[in-house]
Design a binder for this molecule. Structure first.
Ligand code: PHE
Length: 472
């Protein structure tokens, strides 16, 4: 049974695959802007504290649950708890399916931009032009199919031959591309204006809203709350040290996010001749501002730098889509005894189909582009009723609500159903010594801090975004 499910070949392989899951679109377009807008280095410090104090205990719990049971998310909760607890796993599988359905669409845009940049087309510098690209559904459809197809191809080859191998190629390449682009961006004029916009600490920007979004971002960025790491953990050997691996995964994710900002802001400062006052965040920056930067580098250099940037973004997304697809696939393979290739391709097709309304919701269909009225904070942090595209609606449900909700229940389950002694025993497998204070901290965090804080985030998200009740 457990033996033919597959296993990571080495610790490095597991760490790279899990770090690949963590490093994704979230690191490269979301994190830098939250830092820029949220107080620079002050935000980075808060973010780091959340990653290590709050997310890290959840991460080691997820990996430990997976390795202990050698099962997918649903099976793992059933085995350690009772049939009554399987729903936490189902919530995770559902979150994975929904997140992948829209994530693949954005990944497809990144891939499409890679093709456009390599042909020297930089003409995206306005909302109309960006929407012109995303509304062109025939193209977007093909990019989405290609991206899901590559994801499925990797996952169908299994753990060692597919997921681990891809991570071992993609992650070092991604690192090299980020460092290369960062060094290049530092040579541009006004680069330092970008760096200081990014990093100079401004504690007055740290509001309740900033702290709350830093936490949500940390959780999403580390791929927690839906059993992705339970699933990957189930392929980890008993000789590996979970605590060390989790520290390396967290550190890699944070470093890539940090470096992405160091790479992007000098580019933006170069374009704006050092004036950072009008910089805005979100998808606009990556998809609208950066092509203009690349164009200003001249036809040949622009093509190269632009293509490398969007290839990097596509690679980052690919190691994440792979982990998202593996969650439902592992469920079908373990629980329903379906053969891996059949599970992979059928899930890929179903998830692509679920993503079609998201794919059409950035301009192709008017109804889907302003699908529901929900609440969103404006630039001053005031909640405004806003018509959201279908894609944003799914993101709100799956990433912003289901992940912290799942995290709350994973912490509660670990602390009160599986129990801390069992967690600690599992963490000791493959670990030579465990410092007393670290295991005391993990116990305390899993029993009290994580359930309370993650539960509060879930409730605040629901109140603010669905009901317009301003908490911050
Ligand atoms: N962590 C990924 C990112 O930052 C997204 C992700 C979330 C992947 C949950 C897997 C599971 O882009």
């Amino acid at each position: 049974m457990a033996t033919n499910r597959g296993q990571f070949n080495s610790r490095l392989g597991f760490v790279l695959a899990a770090a690949g899951s963590a490093v994704g679109l979230g690191n490269i377009w979301k994190f830098p802007f939250e830092v820029g807008a949220g107080g620079g280095a002050a935000f980075v410090l808060i973010y780091l504290a959340f990653c290590f104090l709050l997310c890290f205990p959840v991460m080691v719990s997820e990996i430990a649950i997976g390795r202990k049971t050698q099962l997918n998310a649903v099976g793992a909760f059933k085995k350690l708890g009772h049939h009554n607890w399987a729903w936490i796993g189902f919530l995770g599988v559902l979150a994975g399916v929904l997140i992948l359905s829209f994530y693949n669409v954005v990944a497809g845009w990144a891939f499409g931009y890679f093709l456009e940049m390599s042909q020297g087309n930089f003409d995206f510098g306005s909302v109309e032009k960006f929407v012109g690209f995303t509304a062109d559904w025939e193209h977007i459809f093909i990019y989405g199919i290609v991206f899901m197809g590559i994801t499925a191809l990797i996952v169908s080859k299994g753990i060692q031959g597919g997921i681990e191998k891809a991570a071992k190629i993609l992650m070092p390449t991604l690192f090299a591309m980020i460092i290369g682009l960062m060094i290049y961006s530092f040579t541009l004029s006004d680069a330092m204006a970008g760096v200081s916009y990014y990093l100079v600490p401004d504690f007055s920007e740290i509001t309740g809203e900033v702290i709350y979004s830093a936490l949500g971002q940390a959780f999403f960025s580390l791929s927690l709350g839906m059993g992705a790491l339970i699933t990957y953990g189930s392929y980890v050997s008993r000789k590996q040290d979970i605590v060390r691996s989790a520290a390396m995964i967290t550190l890699t994710d944070v470093s890539v996010a940090f470096l992405a900002g160091l790479m992007i802001f000098p580019f933006v400062a170069f374009l704006n001749a050092g004036d950072m006052s009008s910089v805005s965040g979100g998808p606009g920056l990556i998809f609208m501002t950066l092509p203009g930067v690349f164009e200003s580098l001249g036809p040949l250099l622009g093509k190269i730098v632009g293509a490398v940037f969007f290839l990097l973004l596509s690679f980052a997304a690919l190691t994440s889509t792979v982990s998202l697809l593996e969650v439902p696939v592992a469920y079908l393979v373990d629980e329903k005894k379906i053969k891996r290739p059949v599970a992979v391709w059928s899930m890929a097709i179903i998830i692509f189909a679920i993503g079609i309304p998201s794919l059409l919701s950035y301009g192709a269909s008017d109804t889907l582009s302003s699908f529901v009225n929900l609440f969103k904070a404006d630039a001053d942090g005031v909640l405004k009723e806003t018509a959201l595209p279908f894609l944003d609606f799914v993101e709100l449900i799956a990433s912003d609500t289901f992940l912290p909700l799942g995290g709350t229940f994973i912490a509660i389950f670990t602390a009160y159903v599986w129990k801390k002694n069992n967690l600690n025993a599992e963490l000791m497998e493959g670990r030579e010594t465990q410092s007393q204070w670290l295991s005391k901290y993990i116990d305390f965090a899993i029993m009290f801090i994580c359930p309370v804080v993650l539960g509060a985030i879930t409730i605040i998200t629901i109140l603010e975004r669905f009901f317009g009740i301003q908490v911050f």
